[in-house]
Design a protein around this ligand. Structure first.
Ligand SMILES: [Mn+2]
Length: 479
């Protein structure tokens, strides 16, 4: 977002909002009722007064906002800097949700690809009898001449072109966001603004929502600025069917790519060559990794975040591959460990079986009511008993030598998604289960990681089809 330019607005107010204001105001009574009902249901203090929302600087909160609007908790939404490339589905959801709330939609996209998504989404909406009201596009697309930059990164979209392509009449640049917002506030007597403000370190630069907060509190001190970050995090924790579907899709592509790695690896290859077998499938599907791929052979596997992947793999080595796929903003996070020559040694099998047992035991216990900390305790118990049998340990205190991370984290829009390890698991949460053992002196590092959906009474392993039994891996790798 560029210069807010609100002075200009104060001196020369323009008609920026149009027809949506009427609906916005009329629907106000119902909205407040719904907000209060939901608040009571959630045993929270009701939100009073009209509600506006601005987001910015969060990571992937857009779907959560949509959920909020869809459920009538919030009236309007202005979303900034969340996705540089919102998908058609997300835009469509936003349009639908904002229609229900008679609110404003301000989505920010970058290049023509995004505006095409807007077009598709608004067409879908129109078919459903919903009117698209406002779209704000990034000021990267703004009026200033950018011919020089266009030679480097492609054409910028002009306002008129965006209107033409998207058929959306009300198109604005994001540098107009503040004045647009201020006008909406004034004309509608809004006094609560919900901002998505994450707690950043003091030396980090201001996020968009912090900048907006600063401007508003300076110029409009009567407005309450309320941080909605925590609420959004709560919403993000519970995934709806669509989000689960997207994650499953990410997992399914991961499966295909891992199996391609397993089938095509042999001693003497470099770790990056095995990584390339993974990337090959992702590239063919037009998706990206959800984080830097770890392909760590032999002794490298005891380093948790080894991403150099430049070592030559020796015959007899295991290779630990921790990797994921990002599919429409949702992530998989999977680890498999396999023998590069296709056959586990006796010792490798012994250690592998311990880790696999821990993986299965934790998955069995991943259900509503449990916490991630409790799951980690279960992992530690199994790993400790296993280490005793392997002749590695005598006391539980020593386990940290061979197992030094924790067994689970939440998964979602971020690979390490929001949520802390003390809360009780609930239906709709997505977690990883990833026990490991790292025996440096033997050059063995093994981790087995699956993505688990918590259900009503139990859980579903979204990655259950990705081979992890010793015989299945060996069969798959048989040349
Ligand atoms: Mn993980």
């Amino acid at each position: 977002m560029g210069n807010p330019n609100y002075e200009k607005y104060l001196n020369d107010p323009e008609e920026l909002i149009g027809e949506m204001i009427d609906g916005f105001v009329k629907s106000h009574e119902d909205r407040i009722k719904q907000i209060s009902e939901r608040a009571v249901a959630k045993k929270e203090a009701p939100i009073e007064g009209k509600v506006g929302v601005v987001s910015g600087g969060g990571s992937g909160h857009l779907p959560a906002f949509m959920g909020y609007i869809g459920e009538g908790v919030l009236d309007s939404v202005a979303v900034g800097d969340i996705f540089s490339s919102p998908s058609v589905d997300h835009i469509y959801e936003a349009i639908k949700a904002a229609d229900g709330g008679k609110g404003v939609i301000c989505c920010i996209g970058n290049f023509s690809g995004d505006i095409m998504n807007f077009e598709m989404a608004s067409e879908m909406a129109e078919e459903d009898g919903i009117n698209v009201k406002t779209v704000i596009i990034n000021d990267d697309v703004a009026s200033a001449p950018k011919e020089k930059m266009e030679k480097w990164i492609g054409k910028f979209l002009k306002e008129e072109e965006a209107k033409e392509i998207s058929k959306i009449k009300n198109i604005k640049y994001s540098e107009e966001l503040i004045e647009y917002l201020v006008k909406t506030l004034k004309e509608n007597d809004i006094h609560n603004i919900y901002l998505d403000i994450k707690n950043w370190d003091i030396d980090e630069s201001l996020t968009e929502s912090q900048k907006i907060s600063k401007i508003l509190s300076e110029k409009y001190p009567y407005i309450n600025i309320i941080n909605i970050n925590k609420k959004l995090e709560e919403l993000r924790l519970i995934k709806d069917e669509k989000e689960i579907g997207l994650t499953q899709k990410a997992v399914d592509i991961t499966k295909e790519a891992i199996e391609n790695m397993m089938k095509n690896s042999s001693p003497g290859m470099y770790e990056y060559e095995i990584e390339a077998e993974y990337n090959y499938i992702l590239n063919k599907k037009g998706v990206k990794t959800s984080f830097d791929t770890i392909a760590a052979s032999g002794r490298n596997a005891v380093i948790l975040h080894y991403v150099n992947n430049d070592n030559k793999i020796q015959d007899g080595d295991l290779i630990l591959c921790d990797l994921g796929v990002k599919y429409k903003e949702y992530n998989s996070d999977i680890t498999r460990t396999f023998p590069v020559n296709g056959k586990f040694t006796k010792r490798q099998k012994e250690v592998y079986k311990v880790v696999l047992e821990a993986n299965k035991e934790v998955i069995k216990n991943a259900k509503p009511g449990k916490t991630l900390n409790q799951l980690n305790d279960i992992a530690k118990e199994v790993l400790f008993e296993g280490c005793k049998k392997l002749g590695l340990l005598v006391s539980e205190e020593e386990l940290y030598k061979y197992y030094y991370h924790s067994v689970s984290h939440f998964l979602g829009l971020d690979v390490h998604d929001v949520g802390n390890k003390k809360i009780n698991l609930k239906k709709g949460m997505l977690i990883t289960v990833e026990p490991g053992l790292y025996i440096e002196e033997e050059g063995i590092g093994i981790r087995i990681e699956d993505d688990i959906l918590i259900t009503e009474n139990n859980s579903i392993n979204l990655s259950q089809n990705i081979k992890k039994e010793i015989k299945d891996i060996e069969n798959l790798m048989e040349k």
